[in-house]
Design a protein around this ligand. Structure first.
Ligand SMILES: Cc1cc2nc3c(=O)[nH]c(=O)nc-3n(C[C@H](O)[C@H](O)[C@H](O)COP(=O)(O)OP(=O)(O)OC[C@H]3O[C@@H](n4cnc5c(N)ncnc54)[C@H](O)[C@@H]3O)c2cc1C
Length: 457
């Protein structure tokens, strides 16, 4: 019998474990992770495979460190981005948690430098943005880079190896619930793990599983918006005036035609575009290394759609659009902005006759207008023109658009302010999979929050 069982070794699960180990060193804690230990994790695309083999357990997303392991490690140090924790507690409390987890990242080896703290520089870029009807969100960023991220996570794994039981290569299949109280989990090998408290932190990769499992136990879910869009790649100098000062600029726009919110997300100066795989569906993402650089910068443009009754399946909506791109391109599609506007597909020859070389070489040149709904496509085009005003060259005919980028954090679990489920006692849901966060820092903070709640009971 364990005091606490944790599902998922992403930042949310890891930080929950770190905090419990600190507050209750005598407790028995088990952390179940369906992927490998950090040193065994690999993504075959990163190892030189030309096409994503769509592994059963995506090496990019699963394993110690979760989706954060090979991520760029941009720690955004503000409650304004990366999650909704301030819906559950005061802004001051979220700020305190962010400060606390940031210090923990530093303790385990994060870099000292923080971008975007010079308010004079921020105000000037904010002024230019507002002239283009763009809202710039103040978000200081500590940038680890992918290599450093792996080191930090390895240090945390080494520490926790001594303190708790870590079970890799095994998935949680179902929850054990008796008399409206959680009693543990059943693993996919049939083994039962009994625990007093259970923390579910399966990330976006496990969001589908969470939704089904919680549905079976009549735990309420509310629809979040689903974010669908493209990854934009352009020559690094185009965004250099912004990235050199802020590293990442979080810009929000309301498209004139539909009034939808479009935002930049996960900006990677001199980075590369990567492919990820959600249960067999290929989608795009991006990252940048601390030392290895490319000539390009990439970022996502995401359009938020919030659905109204009777539609209740935003995850399937996102999956459907991404599957369509996979169907046409055999994986990821890439198109030059100029070809999109001219109503023609991109071809390998047209991509070659450009001023930039795609960093995701396995993407198939094609036509995104056959995939992305008119509503989202119009909003993306309008946003590219708005961005062109503060970073001239963004709306160039050579700018590359990769599809589809989609964020599957769409169903949000109904939770108390302590992030405990409404209806099943002692069951907590945190991180991206529960729909409460969208980034490393807030996911980590959600783990610390529930650990403190549990330890205080
Ligand atoms: C390529 C890429 C780059 C990114 N860059 C950044 C960035 O620079 N900055 C930033 O803030 N965010 C970034 N993100 C997002 C960030 O990684 C996530 O927000 C964060 O990892 C979410 O943490 P989490 O713990 O909730 O979930 P995850 O990190 O997704 O971890 C969940 C873990 O649970 C495991 N799991 C799932 N289901 C089960 C199950 N049934 N049983 C056992 N284990 C299970 C998974 O294998 C996974 O390891 C990036 C994401 C990607 C993919």
């Amino acid at each position: 019998m364990y005091n606490v069982a944790i599902v998922g070794a992403g930042p949310a699960g890891i930080f929950a474990a770190l905090e419990i180990a600190k507050l209750r060193p005598e407790w028995k804690v088990v952390l179940v992770e369906k992927g490998d230990r950090i040193e065994k994790r690999k993504c075959l695309l990163r190892e030189g495979f030309e096409k994503c083999p769509t592994c059963k357990k995506c090496g990019l997303l699963c394993g110690w460190g979760g989706a954060g392991a090979f991520s760029d490690g941009k720690l955004t140090l503000t409650p304004d981005v990366g999650g909704h924790l301030d819906d559950y507690m005061s802004r001051e409390k979220v700020e305190d948690l962010i400060d606390y987890v940031d210090k923990l990242y530093l303790k385990y080896g994060a870099t000292e430098e923080v971008f975007g703290t010079d308010m004079k520089v921020f105000r000037e870029i904010e002024r230019q943005a507002s002239l283009a009807e763009l809202k710039l969100v103040h978000s200081p960023v500590r940038h680890l880079g992918t290599e450093r991220s792996l080191d930090v996570l390895k240090n945390m794994q080494d520490f926790l190896d001594e303190k708790i039981t870590i079970r890799n290569d095994v998935s949680a299949r179902s929850l054990i619930v008796e008399c409206e109280q959680v009693k543990g989990i059943v693993l996919d090998n049939g083994e039962e793990i009994r625990s007093e408290y259970t923390i579910i932190a399966p990330g976006r990769e496990g969001a589908d599983w969470l939704t089904k499992e919680f549905g079976k136990n009549k735990i309420g879910m509310v629809n979040n918006a689903v974010d669908v869009g493209v990854r934009v790649e352009l020559p690094a100098p185009v965004f250099e005036p912004l990235t050199s000062k802020l590293y990442e600029s979080k810009l929000i726009y309301h498209s004139p035609t539909f009034g939808d919110e479009v935002r930049t997300f996960c900006m990677n100066p001199n980075g590369e575009v990567v492919q990820e795989n959600y249960n067999g569906i290929s989608t795009v993402n991006g990252h940048s290394y601390a030392e290895k650089t490319t000539n390009n910068t990439n970022f996502a443009l995401l359009v938020s759609e919030k659905f109204t009754e009777p539609f209740k399946e935003p995850i399937q909506y996102g999956q459907h659009i991404a599957s369509l791109a996979n169907m046409l391109g055999g994986g990821i599609l890439v198109q030059r902005f100029g070809d999109l506007l001219d109503g023609r597909r991109s071809t390998p020859e047209r991509i070659k006759a450009s001023i930039l070389t795609p960093t995701l070489t396995c993407a198939t040149p094609g036509d995104l207008s056959l995939v992305i709904p008119y509503r989202q496509m119009t909003s993306i085009i309008e946003m590219l023109y708005a961005l062109d005003k503060i970073a001239p060259g963004t709306a160039s005919r050579y700018t590359l658009l990769y599809g589809i980028e989609v964020k599957f954090y769409s169903a949000r679990v109904k939770l108390t302010d302590e992030l405990e489920t409404e209806g099943v006692k002692n069951l907590f849901a945190i991180g991206d999979g529960a729909g409460v966060t969208r980034g490393l820092i807030q996911a980590s903070a959600s783990g610390v929050h529930v650990a403190r709640v549990i330890c205080s009971r």
